[in-house]
Ligand binder design. Structure first.
Ligand code: MN
Length: 739
């Protein structure tokens, strides 16, 4: 053995327990019970665990026996003690719940089953919120608080004997104790259990810090022994003088609570003064206040340190008066003053309130139990909706919530009625969107199956799966609902955008324009601003949802020239002819405004010599129409925009004219037409032919001419060609309002 001193763990394990200790403790506390019955419980447990050993090498039954003893010692009822004896039977032996209920009754079977279920939840560390959820899971899993009490005592004994485990297991179990079980003990008001759990966890988890603190604290206590004795003597004398009959004890604070205090205040243990606390137990409440007065007369109280938990109990029903005063040489010390009942509550918490007689809670204790639950629930308002808790105090601690596990062991809480789909959306939005099915604890279930506390949920995905409107009826969480809604809206908008884009592109092409160019133009940006649209997609979606008409939009996007190029017929066999000549400025003079830009309207393409009318467009100059153009009538709805124009004297330009030719389709017809036009000193700018099943053809041809006479010559020459039976000049019309 090494010579160095073994560090002693702060709470020794209860040892050398024999069965007879249990009935003795119960009797000490005034419990009435059938000892034979308790022995039969013990014999059954011993028989079930026969041959099993603990890591220490001892027979396994030592552990349940110790748990039963600790429960009896903490004044719990015989049923609790029996559950302590049986608590590992379902988990570690072939015995089933059925056996327990036939042998010892339904109540005990249910309680043992409850303790086993808590044991099955594996805690995976994921931060504070996760720890809180796990604590709630444990509280919620238990239909009866005695299940939790037995679990805490089971954990306490396991912590007392943790030294036999491997280092890694020690750390894991100690951490879980600190994060889960000691806070639960605290909530149940079981300060002694909480303190012991914490100190043991501290010892195993932070051995170096523990050792250092232990040494320094021991020294501090040793050095302060005299002054402590002195203060105690002065307290006793002061109380006697005032006729207050009270017990005075002192105690050093617990290791872990000191450790936390040092860390919180960022100080060293040498700077810690109020590690000493005196406790005065006075018979009545009035005596407590009287004792407080005496303390304050003899020692100067530190302002702000007086707490009246008698008038305002802590949420876990702790009641006491606290004050810190300054002793000789300026050393502060704390004094706690309370009645014996308050002391009981402070040390035992729920055990003091929740008293069972012959396995059944009395009406009074049941009321107190309900009060406890209420306090517990109110304490946790900060993490949940308080209304949900106040409405229900009866069966479940968290009736509105269920707790389920991810395959990795993370606990998630959901409102009751939530389904695997809610679960999927909680984990990840994409997991929700592509959720194709779910396994609950390994079994495939429909997506609408409600989640149950303790379920392990695994989501099956399919990349092709998408949310549907039906899903809105399945989910129970606002998150899932809003994610599904958002997806459905987005999809609908996406479709509308696609449809809108198709509609407007088709409309633009009707005017022989490049949709790509128009939709990227500055004019489009202007249009968006004018209409208060945020983007091109916004425009598309308006079109797709039918809130805007493609034609109305295109009319505002295209110039008048462009609008003039509307195709008259769809489905045309097209043959483009190369552009040969550039198209010069219009040989038109706008009267009184020589510098105004003028152009010949494409709908009628007036020729020199014809009567013409000018029309002021928005930003594109003056469009010049033939007086006979059908569009002029429409333009004159805006007479203020009409302007007088006339042909200039110089006659040097070429003018585009569209000719429509009706013919019998024959091979070489187009070649022939082209030849004639060329011979007459003209050029074809564009040609389209449409053939019909009847053998007829309609040819549309844009040619350049110098003037009316030139055009007439071409028209006549074409009309002479055999097979051609009509040649007419085309003037496009429509209901357009020129802009
Ligand atoms: Mn156990």
């Amino acid at each position: 053995m090494a010579r160095r001193t073994e560090l002693k763990q702060p709470v020794a394990a209860v040892t050398d327990i024999v069965f007879e200790d249990l009935p003795r403790r119960l009797t000490d506390h005034g419990r009435e019970f059938d000892e034979e019955w308790l022995r039969s419980v013990y014999d059954f447990a011993k028989e079930q665990h026969e041959g099993q050993t603990r890591r220490s090498g001892e027979a396994y039954i030592i552990h349940p026996l110790a748990v039963g003893y600790l429960l009896a010692d903490l004044k719990f009822d015989p049923t609790c003690v029996a559950v302590g004896l049986l608590h590992d039977v379902l988990e570690d032996t072939p015995a089933v719940k059925q056996t327990l209920s036939s042998k010892f009754g339904e109540e005990i079977a249910d309680l043992v089953d409850g303790v086993s279920k808590i044991g099955r939840h594996e805690y995976v560390r994921r931060g504070d919120a996760q720890a809180e959820t796990f604590r709630k899971l444990i509280l919620a899993s238990a239909k009866d608080l005695r299940v939790i009490v037995v679990k805490l005592i089971d954990r306490l004994h396991n912590m007392q004997t943790l030294g036999h485990m491997k280092k890694e297991a020690q750390r894991r179990i100690a951490r879980e104790t600190l994060e889960i079980y000691s806070p639960i003990a605290h909530r149940l008001g079981m300060q002694r259990v909480k303190g012991e759990l914490e100190d043991l966890a501290f010892f195993f988890l932070y051995p170096h810090q523990f050792a250092e603190m232990e040494t320094k604290l021991r020294e501090k206590v040793r050095v302060g022994r005299d002054s402590r004795r002195k203060i105690r003597g002065q307290l006793v004398a002061a109380m006697e003088q005032s006729g207050i009959d009270c017990e005075i004890s002192h105690r050093t604070k617990r290791y872990y609570s000191i450790y936390q205090k040092l860390r919180r205040q960022g100080i060293d243990i040498s700077e810690l003064y109020d590690y000493l606390a005196f406790r005065l137990i006075a018979p009545e409440v009035k005596d407590c206040y009287a004792a407080l007065g005496v303390v304050h007369q003899n020692w100067r109280p530190i302002p702000g340190r007086f707490k009246d938990y008698i008038a305002v109990p802590k949420p876990n029903l702790y009641q006491s008066l606290h004050t810190t005063v300054v002793g000789e040489r300026g050393q502060p010390f704390e004094v706690q003053i309370r009645t014996p009942e308050m002391e009981l509550v402070a040390e035992e918490g729920i055990a003091a309130h929740w008293r069972y007689k012959e396995g059944k809670p009395s009406a009074e204790s049941e009321d107190r139990g309900i009060l406890w639950l209420r306090q517990l629930l109110e304490w946790q308002q900060e993490v949940s909706d308080p209304r949900a808790f106040l409405n229900t105090l009866k069966i479940d601690l968290y009736p509105e919530e269920v707790y389920v596990f991810t395959p990795k062991g993370e606990v998630l809480s959901f409102p009751r009625g939530a389904t695997p789909l809610d679960f999927a959306y909680r984990v990840h939005t994409d997991l929700g969107h592509h959720c194709a099915g779910a396994r609950v604890s390994g079994r495939l279930v429909p997506l609408r199956t409600p989640l149950q506390t303790g379920d392990i949920i695994e989501i099956i995905t399919n990349p092709n799966r998408e949310p549907s409107r039906d899903w809105l009826k399945i989910v129970a969480t606002p998150r899932a609902r809003s994610k599904i809604r958002h997806w459905l809206n987005t999809q609908q908008k996406k479709r509308a955008v696609e449809i809108g884009r198709t509609l407007i592109e088709r409309e633009i092409r009707k005017f022989r324009q490049s949709a790509r160019r128009v939709l990227a133009s500055e004019r489009l940006q202007e249009f968006l601003t004018e209409e208060g649209l945020s983007s091109v997609d916004d425009l598309y979606s308006k079109l797709g949802f039918g809130k805007m008409q493609p034609r109305a939009v295109v009319r505002r996007l295209l110039t008048e020239q462009q609008l003039d190029q509307e195709k008259s017929e769809p489905g045309v066999l097209r043959r483009a002819v190369k552009r040969i000549l550039p198209f010069g400025d219009a040989p038109v003079v706008v009267k009184g405004h020589g510098d105004l830009l003028a152009f010949l309207a494409k709908c009628c393409r007036p020729l020199p010599g014809e009567d013409i009318v000018g029309y002021i467009t928005r930003g594109r100059g003056v469009s010049v129409h033939s007086a006979e153009c059908p569009n002029v009538k429409n333009l004159l709805y805006h007479p203020e925009r009409e302007i007088k124009v006339e042909w200039s004297k110089e006659d040097s330009g070429s003018y585009e004219v569209t000719l429509v030719i009706e013919a019998t389709d024959a091979p070489g017809l187009l070649a022939k037409l082209t030849e004639i036009v060329a011979k007459l000193d003209s050029n074809i700018r564009h040609i389209e032919a449409e053939t019909y099943e009847t053998g007829k053809a309609t040819i549309s041809m844009r040619v350049l001419v110098r003037n009316r006479r030139h055009l007439e010559r071409i028209q006549r020459a074409l009309a002479d060609v055999s097979g051609i039976f009509e040649v007419r000049r085309h003037m496009s019309s429509g209901d357009r309002v020129a802009g």
